[in-house]
Design a protein around this ligand. Sequence first.
Ligand code: HPA
Length: 242
Amino acid sequence: MSIPTPTPHNTASAGEIARTVLMPGDPKRAAYVAKEFLTEARLVNDVRGVQGYTGLWKGREVSVMASGMGIPSIGIYAWELFEGYGVQRILRIGTAGALADDLQLKDIVLAQGACTDSYFMNQFKLPGSFAPLGSYRLLEAACAAAREKGLPVRVGNILSTDRFYSASPEDNDQWKRMGVLAVEMEAAGLYAVAAYHGKEALAICSISDHLYREGQLSPTERAESLDRMIELALEASTMDNG
Ligand code: HPA
């Protein structure tokens, strides 16, 4: 089955979106990536202000479009991109809150897998629990790009939760106990939708806060760490030739 384009949440025509899409949560960050990192970038979607741009990075076509916040939101956009627009791979670029003691603010985590407390997975009617995994090819490309840049990254499991604010914050202790590195709100949904469509996905997360420690980034530190993550995602997408 294929969704006709334009879709309910995307006014781009077929062919206006590249096979590789970078996906930040924040529409303003999508505009920032397009303006600061791509050449010949043009706006291809603006439904609900979820800006999508297509341009060139090192001569290769790439799109960047926001996902909004949470699994239901990224689920919509990823589904339409994979099924409607023939997108082959989505690299989420987002922030995450650290669980692991040895993670620091500004560290970069590549999500090899993403646990979730979301009900989203139930739609797949699996007789067990699905383990949402990032694309090995993209993970390998991101690791290689990080090595080339001399940029330290952590690879491991994250949690994609439905709750930013929680009446049961102690739940984090159990995930931390299982070696889960950090918490965000989208990757597991993206990985499941990619798996369902036979496509590739990877979440690259910049640590913006620590759930067990005080401290926050200055605006300059935040901007620098986001730039590093964006470059890493672009390099990873370039190194992947499929
Ligand atoms: N929880 C969920 N998502 C997040 C967090 C958090 O603490 N920090 C950044 N994204």
